[in-house]
Design a protein around this ligand. Structure first.
Ligand code: ADP
Ligand code: AMP
Length: 220
């Protein structure tokens, strides 16, 4: 069993690798962004609160995210281990995560950090398309669907996220990665949990790096 956090700027490839690794290893993939977009789509109270904040590329308030995460962690599929994708994004979230895990005698095993430059991120995010039904991720150039505009897995329509526009991408990078994430990175570096991954490499190369990390825990 392994409990991991995939950290990195928006568009670094965390979701792509987390979905694959979680399926292959039987881990729960917990992506707070996917959960929020589902809430927006369903028009829930949480979704109404989050919609505008997300469209601007700002962070949803910590207490909302922490409550949502705790509910998700209580689901049985997390018992075999999890990959956190997009959470924690602030120091307050990281501390709340630690408290919650301590309470159930668990702790984070490793924090792979997806390292990549801003220009590559703009290219990845502006070509990203996701499916309406389940947030499966594609890229117009790097990972196109078999049929244009249609998800290979569930046949739903592909769309471009509102926050994947160039001006919002830069806001997300600055506020979410350069500013909010810096103390989170320090926090996990201080605990010697961080492993840097070259996220600018092609998908299968990044996958091998992630698999090497996960192998350590499978054989432990
Ligand atoms: P994140 O979850 O970190 O925001 P995604 O996994 O959604 O990032 O990836 C962002 C975009 O880049 C998607 O369109 C995805 O298909 C594409 N992508 C992911 N990994 C790679 C890679 N190694 N090389 C090229 N494109 C990639
Ligand atoms: P993502 O799909 O991870 O790129 O997240 C999309 C958006 O959801 C972010 O830009 C934030 O507005 C919001 N969000 C997702 N996760 C968090 C989090 N842990 N803390 C605050 N906001 C979040």
């Amino acid at each position: 069993m392994a409990d991991l956090i995939f950290m990195g700027p928006p568009g670094a490839g965390k979701g792509t690798q987390a979905a694959r690794a979680a399926t292959e290893r039987g881990l729960a993939h917990i992506a707070t962004g996917d959960m929020l977009r589902a809430a927006v789509r369903d028009g829930t109270e949480l979704g109404l609160k989050a919609k505008e904040i997300m469209a601007r590329g700002d962070l949803v308030p910590d207490e909302v995210i922490i409550g949502m995460f705790r509910d998700r962690l209580a689901e049985p599929d997390t018992e075999a281990g999890f990959v956190l994708d997009g959470f924690p994004r602030t120091l307050a979230q990281a501390e709340a995560l630690d408290d919650t895990l301590t309470g159930i005698e668990r702790s984070i095993d490793c924090v792979p950090v997806f390292d990549i430059d801003l220009e590559s991120l703009v290219g990845r995010l502006s070509g990203r398309r996701v499916c309406r039904a389940a947030e499966h991720v594609y890229h117009l150039q790097f990972n196109p669907p078999r049929q244009e505009g249609i998800c290979d897995i569930d046949g739903s329509e592909l769309y471009q996220r509102e926050d994947d526009r160039p001006e919002v991408i830069r806001n997300r990078y600055q506020k979410q990665w350069v500013e909010a994430a810096a103390p989170v990175l320090d926090y996990y570096e201080g605990r010697k949990l961080v492993v840097f991954i070259d996220a600018s490499a092609p998908r299968d190369v990044v996958a091998r790096e992630i698999d090497d990390i996960l192998d350590r825990f499978d054989s432990a």
